[in-house]
Design a protein around this ligand. Structure first.
Ligand code: ZN
Ligand code: ZN
Length: 264
């Protein structure tokens, strides 16, 4: 037990991912001919404008602006829902799930997050891997992380015991973030969770039709959603019960499009 905790501490030490700033090249001309069982594939190549969906769905402390084909969403990164990480005494405090607990990172604080994404997201031929750190932003302004933890290793069972009911925890930088589905983002449903850094939306495990869609190598597919009835490329949370924990990773692997910036 003790050695397991030590291992985890070591991993968590490296979690403090410094700001990753990469200038996005918003190429919208490229498209690939991957198999897709939906006929609405044209919608994925940079023709669908996501601005109005962003406007009507982002909440809490988030603000946004639009300029030259890009949307900038800003947030303080704090959740608008209950979590033990608010601390005992806070109105939004609730205990951990049974058997779960904080370890080295017990608190969270406000940040100055700013995510820039294209208003008409398109795909690219070279699909960049997601990395440790923010890969997107949930509708309440909380960063979305992939399935990696400090040291860029896959989330392990011990790290997951630091999650709250929403599949989230703060890192050493007091940066609260979602790795998986949970009470806030999505459970077994088709809810819109947020947008990733390439501008494509991410949904729960189901489509609006109630089925679990078959997904491509990027964890998404093209088709209609409740927000984009004419179809758009969109991600879904993984449908794999991660390490049998009851949590489902939101997004792993490569981006479908070109990632924009996410600064803090
Ligand atoms: Zn984490
Ligand atoms: Zn879908």
């Amino acid at each position: 037990m003790a050695s397991g905790i030590k291992l985890n501490l070591k991993n968590m030490t490296f979690l403090n991912s410094k700001t990753i700033i990469v200038l996005g090249i918003f190429t919208t001309t490229a498209f690939n001919c991957k198999k897709d069982n939906n006929t609405a594939t044209a919608a994925s190549t940079g023709t669908v404008d996501i601005t109005s969906v962003i406007q009507s769905n982002y909440t809490g402390t988030t603000t946004f602006s639009v300029s030259s084909g890009n949307i900038v969403i800003k947030s303080d990164g704090l959740p608008n829902h209950k979590t033990p990480y608010w601390g005992v005494g806070n109105a939004l405090y609730e205990d951990f799930p049974t058997g779960y607990h904080a370890n080295v990172n017990t608190s969270m604080s406000a940040h100055n997050y700013s995510m820039t994404i294209p208003s008409k997201p398109g795909t690219v031929t070279a699909h960049e891997e997601t990395t440790l750190g923010p890969i997107g932003m949930a509708l309440n302004g909380v960063p979305i992380y992939n399935d990696r933890e400090g040291g860029n290793v896959a989330l392990d069972a011990l790290t997951i015991t630091t999650f709250d009911y929403s599949g989230a925890h703060p890192g050493p930088g007091q940066d609260y973030h979602y790795h998986t589905t949970g009470r806030y983002t999505s459970q077994d449903d088709a809810k819109l969770i947020g947008f990733l850094r390439d501008g494509f939306p991410i949904y729960g495990r189901k489509d609006t039709t109630g089925v679990y869609p078959s997904l491509d190598a990027y964890g998404g597919h093209t088709g209609p959603t409740q927000d984009f009835p004419n179809g758009i490329y969109h991600y879904h949370a993984s449908n794999v019960n991660y390490l049998n924990t009851g949590y489902y990773v939101l997004k792993a692997g490569s981006y479908y499009g070109t990632k924009g910036t996410f600064t803090q």
